[in-house]
Design a protein around this ligand. Structure first.
Ligand SMILES: C[S@@+](CC[C@H](N)C(=O)[O-])C[C@H]1O[C@@H](n2cnc3c(N)ncnc32)[C@H](O)[C@@H]1O
Length: 376
């Protein structure tokens, strides 16, 4: 049985995971409450735990509620102004943990109301599934209706123990759901270690994952690639991952979105946490570390790999306009500005010209005007 995460003080690696959840939701929430096509916003935390660790550090449900206020309750005010309905839905399977979670949420909300807006009740709706088994939630008609509804924005947090909950079927339901971003935790090391075990094979076709025993650090990257391979090939979709090393184990997060802006924001968080590769807390590519003699901010292994890949794709004509190039950088786990850097280099070398709505914009790429790249 997995050790109860809420019974001790959260270790640093758990705090890193929680900080990524928090930042991810912080970026997501304002976008969705300002989206004119979205009427209702649903925030689901299906493995909510009891709300705090033994020292009182917030776990995921309280983190989400706290982020949804914004500075000076700005988001509460915007939700009212924009006439949105916001629902928080929590689930925790274990009875005692769920009871504790409800107490923690109630006392958090009461304190928030008395310190902040002084209203009688919170404008955010709060629901609780009754200790449900995670996969059973996907059988609930109301949940399926919301999941498939284009006017409902969904943020889905899946902080499972181990690896068995987000199987192929659940993953595809998440990927195919409109206006839905999700982030989940997975113990990638366990899949690698027990890849031959029938229990693991129930959930993962481990034959499809070519683990390199000499590179245990890379196991979560390979798990993320396994999920990428499941995404229908004709679908525009973005998936990125972050490896968290704890001792000899490698855990990880996987984030999915069908919108380039969602991925831009997630990548910004990852590159802020890891300036070398935007994907781990363990120097996954063995780069020279910051502060050492050979450290080169623009020349890390990952940046160089993707930069030269983009360069050859432009020169072969495979990338023939800025939108395709910016999205390609995102798909490779790099910020889109890397594409613009390559374009500038190729222009300076007189290898390409640009035609159309010329710009060097590299953020909010869904709004960027398109130009064409011609080879000289
Ligand atoms: C990693 S902990 C979540 C911690 C929580 N997110 C936090 O920040 O404190 C996973 C939680 O999921 C619960 N759980 C385990 N299996 C579950 C299942 N099949 N369905 C729902 N909850 C489950 C566990 O009791 C545990 O509290």
């Amino acid at each position: 049985m997995a050790k109860d995460i809420n019974k001790d003080k959260f270790p640093e690696e758990t705090k890193l995971k929680l900080s990524i959840f928090a930042e991810c939701f912080r970026e997501w929430f304002p976008v969705f409450i300002h989206n004119p096509y979205i009427k209702e916003v649903y925030i689901y935390d299906f493995f909510a735990g009891s709300g705090k660790d033994e020292e009182g550090t917030f776990g995921s449900p309280l983190i989400l509620l706290n982020e949804a206020k914004g500075a000076d309750c700005q988001y509460c005010k915007q939700v009212i102004k924009n006439n949105k309905t916001v629902h928080f839905v929590f689930n925790e399977k274990e009875k005692l943990k769920q009871k504790k979670m409800i107490e923690n949420i109630k006392s958090y909300m009461n304190e928030c109301l008395s310190v902040n807006c002084k209203a009688v009740s919170c404008i955010y709706h709060y629901e609780n599934f009754n200790q449900m088994e995670f996969k059973d939630i996907f059988q609930i008609d109301k949940f399926q209706f919301i999941l498939k509804n284009n006017s409902c924005g969904k943020f889905i947090l899946l902080d499972q123990y181990g690896f068995k909950q987000v199987d192929r079927d659940i993953f595809l339901q998440l990927v195919n759901a409109p206006k839905t971003d999700f982030i989940f935790f997975i113990s990638s090391s366990f899949i690698r270690r027990f890849k031959e075990h029938p229990y693991t094979k129930q959930y993962f076709d481990t034959e499809q994952i070519l683990f390199d025993e000499t590179k245990p650090k890379e196991c979560h990257r390979l798990i993320a690639q396994y999920y990428k391979n499941i995404i229908p090939s004709n679908k525009e979709y973005y998936l990125h991952h972050f490896t968290i090393q704890k001792g000899a184990n490698y855990w990880g997060l996987i984030f999915g979105t069908n919108h380039s802006l969602g991925m831009e924001k997630f990548l910004k968080i990852c590159w802020n946490k890891d300036e070398l590769s935007g994907e781990s807390n363990c120097n996954i590519n063995n780069d020279f570390s910051k502060g050492t003699l050979f450290y080169n901010e623009t020349g890390t292994v990952r940046k160089q790999e993707v930069e030269s890949d983009i360069r050859s794709k432009i020169l072969s004509g495979e990338i023939s306009n800025n939108i395709g190039g910016l999205k390609y950088a995102l798909k490779k786990g790099c910020l889109p500005e890397l594409f613009t850097l390559v374009v500038k280099q190729l222009e300076a070398e007189k290898r390409i010209t640009r035609v159309g709505n010329l710009n060097y914009s590299s953020t909010n790429i869904h709004r960027v005007e398109q130009y064409k790249i011609n080879l000289i």
